[in-house]
Design a protein around this ligand. Sequence first.
Ligand SMILES: *[C@@H]1O[C@H](CO)[C@@H](O)[C@H](O)[C@H]1NC(C)=O
Ligand SMILES: *[C@@H]1O[C@H](CO)[C@@H](O)[C@H](O)[C@H]1NC(C)=O
Ligand SMILES: *[C@@H]1O[C@H](CO)[C@@H](O)[C@H](O)[C@H]1NC(C)=O
Ligand SMILES: *[C@@H]1O[C@H](CO)[C@@H](O)[C@H](O)[C@H]1NC(C)=O
Ligand SMILES: *[C@@H]1O[C@H](CO)[C@@H](O)[C@H](O)[C@H]1NC(C)=O
Ligand SMILES: *[C@@H]1O[C@H](CO)[C@@H](O)[C@H](O)[C@H]1NC(C)=O
Ligand SMILES: *[C@@H]1O[C@H](CO)[C@@H](O)[C@H](O)[C@H]1NC(C)=O
Ligand SMILES: *[C@@H]1O[C@H](CO)[C@@H](O)[C@H](O)[C@H]1NC(C)=O
Length: 819
Amino acid sequence: MNALTTVIFVFSNVFSLLRFSIAVDTITVNQPIRDGETITSAGGSFELGFFSPGNSKNRYLGIWYKKLATGTVVWVGNRESPLTDSSGVLKVTQQGILVVVNGTNGILWNTTSSRSAQDPKAQLLESGNLVMRNGNDGDPENFLWQSFDYPCDTLLPGMKLGRNRVTGLDRYLSSWKSADDPSKGNFTYGIDLSGFPQLFLRNGLAVKFRAGPWNGVRYSGIPQLTNNSVYTFDFVSNEKEIYIIYSLVNSSVIMRLVLTPDGYSRRSTWTDKKYDWTLYSTAQRDDCDNYAICGAYGICKIDQSPKCECMKGFRPKFQSNWDMADWSNGCVRSTPLDCQKGDGFVKYSGVKLPDTQNSWFNESMNLKECASLCSRNCSCTAYGNSDIRGGGSGCLLWFGDLIDIRDFTQNGQEFYVRMAASELDAFSSLNSSSKKKKKQVIVISISITGIVLLSLVLTLYVLKKRKRQLKRRAYMEHDLEGDETIEGRKHLELQLFDLDTLLNATNNFSNGNKLGEGGFGPVYKGILQEGQEIAVKMMSKTSKQGLEEFKNEVESIAKLQHRNLVKLFGCCIHGRERMLIYEYLPNKSLDLFIFGQMQSVVLDWPMRFLIINGIARGLLYLHQDSRLRIIHRDLKAENILLDNEMNPKISDFGIARSFDGNETEVNTTTVAGTVGYMSPEYASEGLYSTKSDVFSFGVLVLEIVSGKRNRGYNHPNCNLNLLGHAWTLYIEDRSLEFLDASMGNTCNLSEVIRTINLGLLCVQRFPDDRPSMHSVVLMLGGEGALPQPKEPCFFTDRNMMEANFSSGTQSPITLLEAR
Ligand SMILES: *[C@@H]1O[C@H](CO)[C@@H](O)[C@H](O)[C@H]1NC(C)=O
Ligand SMILES: *[C@@H]1O[C@H](CO)[C@@H](O)[C@H](O)[C@H]1NC(C)=O
Ligand SMILES: *[C@@H]1O[C@H](CO)[C@@H](O)[C@H](O)[C@H]1NC(C)=O
Ligand SMILES: *[C@@H]1O[C@H](CO)[C@@H](O)[C@H](O)[C@H]1NC(C)=O
Ligand SMILES: *[C@@H]1O[C@H](CO)[C@@H](O)[C@H](O)[C@H]1NC(C)=O
Ligand SMILES: *[C@@H]1O[C@H](CO)[C@@H](O)[C@H](O)[C@H]1NC(C)=O
Ligand SMILES: *[C@@H]1O[C@H](CO)[C@@H](O)[C@H](O)[C@H]1NC(C)=O
Ligand SMILES: *[C@@H]1O[C@H](CO)[C@@H](O)[C@H](O)[C@H]1NC(C)=O
């Protein structure tokens, strides 16, 4: 008997153990969950139970990350009908429905089911999906109901954002009202099916941000969204479904996309080091992402001021409003269309396609068919490919006004706009492909440097112009061939100046006109006859690197255009003299203001912060958004010029290198740069990457905040350089002592502290620990907590020189001294 009891005891123990492990992620009809009890997904990632958000006392059924200290909630059941006490119970009914009831058994929330159920079970899956299963259903994917079909504000990997075309189920994100209130807020993010389907972020009914239509590769309005090493995504569209979905490359990464209560879609990842979320990316990056900011037929260009511009051949509808930066009324045609007489089309490239709510599409047509269809239908205002894969296919026709177009420096698209025949004239001067060739010709001639060649260029140019005029005539005959149309984007024209013009402008390069001495020669101020002020940079004959640098600089800058980069007007070649002609910036360079002769002009904190932001944007453009992708390699206060509104402009691309998109790091035998700004890996091993520029940027930030130079700075009490000083104060929580005292009390202290924190992150010893310029720009604009910096790299100048010369492999080593 005794033995039998033992057997029974052991057996029942095993049994209860088994039951426990089955029950841990599952709710059955007989096992409801009360407030205070939870279930956990099999791998322990997610937990389901009742919770109170933020400062609220209300209780809600929710799913949250179990492993994360913040307990971030990803889904809420009864978001519109909270419990006011802790009497809530979650039950599974015999019909396979989940209900939340209160203390008096009143139903606050329930799911639905279209099918009958037997022995139903609710299970919390490791993906964060709460599913209702039919007990006798063999198919593990066949759910009676799943929480992934009813998203709240969070899109987890594996969730579909989009629609079931058969049942009409619309899975879209909707924001919480606030951090304390998970009920539906003002914002939604989902797929809109009118016209060619698009992804819309709406505020109520109004569109706030248009991610654009899918173009076969990506969303037209989120060019930065591509498959990457962290996650991949897919767009699926067939008769049954249309949705977007993303999945993680390494499932141990924790990532979520949230629609915030203030209407931003933010993708963030969990960072163990910080025990918090880090912003990974956001779809809405700048003002140009505000829907229809420039009105109908306006183009938004973020690098430009003002950022709105009418499309060529259009003028502001209300000029006075437009001049006051109210662009909402948009633009109207200068010349009305005349369909009977025949219109033409103008090509726009590098843009976000206009709103397609009012469009028609056919995915099997080609561009030629598309063009002829559009030209035959007088209400068609534009056409383009609906799919850009394989050189483009499919046809998209727009009807009515063209709205919400923006300029993209990368990954933009092409489309063709209907214009009155008489307007087409104006475009011939914008023929970009012939310009590109002209530019090439100029660059080649620089390297050979001969008057013979120059005259040849001129002849070529004249011939081209003639040819173009002939072509234009052909074009007027409504030829709709794709490459006969003209790219409407403005292209930078590189002007060739002759020496006489420059001698006149600079008073024969008189000493009085000398602005300073650049890395490769003197810089003079000049005034052209038209009154235009210029800065002429001479490339000194003695410099061996001169010609290389010259070509480099011309090629680089000519292709770059950004409001935070200095503008190149042209160049001049005369015998062995080579000169670059830039816009003249009256306020000269930043170093003069922060530690030079202009120190008396106090730069207050808001001004310094604007300057830091401008430099960051210019650098981001160089690294990421420009056509070339450029590492500057010599970022320093001397190379930041200031215009009359104190907007910073990065200059001096003498040693800049463009790099291939796939390259992350480049090795060089020539270390060029400036002591005090060079990253350790560049100074000692000749390795440079965009992260070397980030290091220099970090030094610059700390210099701007403190008003002191890194190079040559010595703390009176100890042997620390500026970076070391910043770090010491930072860890002792005394960062405010780091500020330039001359700023007085103009500071926004939290902004200053964040900026110092950011500066320290940028000067980390290891490139991987430094943020990219993309993150830097986001951090400057954001308000969330920044990552903690580690101890930065702060060797003194002397150490760095030793590091250089001790590693004997590099020669020659050029250390450029500051101007
Ligand atoms: C429970 O819910 C019902 C219906 O929603 C409501 O009428 C009742 O007042 C609630 N009871 C409590 C104790 O909150
Ligand atoms: C609760 O059930 C009712 C009736 O079946 C249904 O109309 C309603 O949509 C359900 N509530 C939810 C949140 O599904
Ligand atoms: C991204 O990668 C996934 C999986 O490798 C693939 O199915 C998908 O088509 C890719 N998406 C794009 C836009 O290239
Ligand atoms: C995924 O990430 C974890 C933690 O960072 C790492 O240990 C693991 O090796 C990674 N797995 C793969 C396949 O890269
Ligand atoms: C949401 O909309 C309401 C009513 O239009 C408005 O009062 C409220 O400020 C809006 N909230 C946000 C975060 O925009
Ligand atoms: C789309 O274009 C193809 C080829 O021109 C044509 O055969 C097809 O009928 C069109 N479909 C629709 C819906 O117009
Ligand atoms: C032009 O296209 C629109 C939209 O598809 C259509 O309703 C209209 O009938 C077309 N007009 C002509 C003349 O084909
Ligand atoms: C633009 O220039 C290119 C190259 O010179 C030429 O092929 C093309 O026909 C020109 N287009 C027009 C419309 O003039």
